[in-house]
Write a protein that binds this ligand. Structure first.
Ligand code: F6P
Length: 324
């Protein structure tokens, strides 16, 4: 293997830079030229790339975002779009490909592998943590910490005004961020797409936790079946007479910021493992981390198996409720 192409794709996630650094440095250490394409598949289709050197990755381990840029590309889903990408990969004598991203990006990589006969490895990078085959994706830990930090602040004002706050967090298809941050921030309740939401029951539940009790926080995953925080607020308001409520949508703040030590380490381990996997002849696999071990899952299995938050954790929130 002489040249490995690398992209970051889909929503950016803190720790992607640490992963780019690990791939680039591992490649160089093994006499392989790393080629970074800009803005994911979009840059690949438009032949925008750079042969990376160690200098390109100096001082980036602590930076959020991705120095390569990223995009969600509709064109790459077409045969014509992929042909453009294949042309660029061939022209640059690329003989291996590493994609840091989510499910959609891996599906594209797998199709590319078939159409061009090139080995590909996926590295799970998304704040949503919704990739099958890994306990943790790159960026999830940092996003959780950002959310917990924001909720701690919201609790100050919620307590001062005796208000109930509905806080919306990201997670289009899965409730990992919502569920885990609900535990970490001592939330009164949490609504996630994995569990059907019942607004009447929520109202009853909040009332049972006390009129004018300080710090009542309800975390809402953006993908919840009953809607986002604004919709829930509108549905809940008529049922909560005598209570004051506000909602807050945390939004893209969750995707930015310095990666946590956990994400830097995970990203670095996965980056090194990805290059080694290509060298060992692996292809069409996604890296997963279970406990201390890294392993590979086929892309087809990873994308077809839904990754859902552990609803058993809802019991923890129920167990810790103060009912008065
Ligand atoms: O990257 C995942 C994610 O942050 C989801 O949680 C969210 O629904 C989506 O991306 C938002 O994407 P965009 O920034 O493209 O609007």
């Amino acid at each position: 293997m002489k040249k490995i192409a690398l992209i970051t794709s889909g929503g950016d996630a803190p720790g992607m830079n640490a992963c780019v650094r690990a791939v680039v440095k591992t490649c160089i250490g093994k006499g392989i030229t790393p080629v970074g394409y800009f803005d994911g598949y979009h840059g690949m289709m438009n032949n925008r790339f750079k042969e990376m050197t160690s200098d390109d990755v100096v001082n980036i381990i602590q930076r959020g975002g991705t120095i390569l840029g990223t995009a969600r590309s509709k064109e790459f889903r077409t045969v014509e779009g992929r042909q453009k990408a294949i042309q660029s990969l061939k022209q640059n004598d690329i003989d291996g490909f590493i994609c840091i991203g989510g499910d959609g990006s891996f599906t594209g990589a797998s199709i590319l592998a078939d159409e061009m006969n090139i080995p590909v490895i996926g590295i799970p990078g998304t704040i949503d943590n919704d990739i099958y085959g890994t306990d943790r994706t790159i960026g999830f830990d940092t996003a959780m910490n950002t959310v917990v930090d924001a909720i701690d602040k919201i609790k100050d004002t919620a307590g001062s005004h005796h208000r109930i706050f509905l806080v919306e967090v990201m997670g289009r298809d899965a409730g990992f961020i919502a569920l885990e941050t609900a535990i970490a921030s001592g939330a009164a309740s949490v609504l996630i797409p994995e569990e059907r939401s019942n607004i009447e029951l929520l109202a009853k539940d909040l009332k049972s936790q006390g009129k004018r009790r300080s710090n009542l926080i309800v975390i809402v995953a953006e993908g919840d079946d009953a809607g986002g925080a604004k919709e829930i607020y509108e549905k809940l308001t008529p049922l909560m007479e005598g209570y004051t409520m506000r909602y807050s949508i945390l939004g893209h703040i969750q995707r930015g910021g310095r990666p946590s030590a956990f994400d830097r380490i995970l990203a670095t381990r996965m980056g090194v493992f990805a290059v080694d996997s290509l060298i060992n002849g692996e292809s069409k696999k996604v890296i997963g981390a279970n406990g201390d071990n890294l392993h590979l899952t086929s892309i087809s299995e990873a994308v077809k198996t839904e990754s859902v938050a552990n609803v058993e954790h809802l019991k923890i929130i129920k167990a810790l409720k103060t009912v008065i």
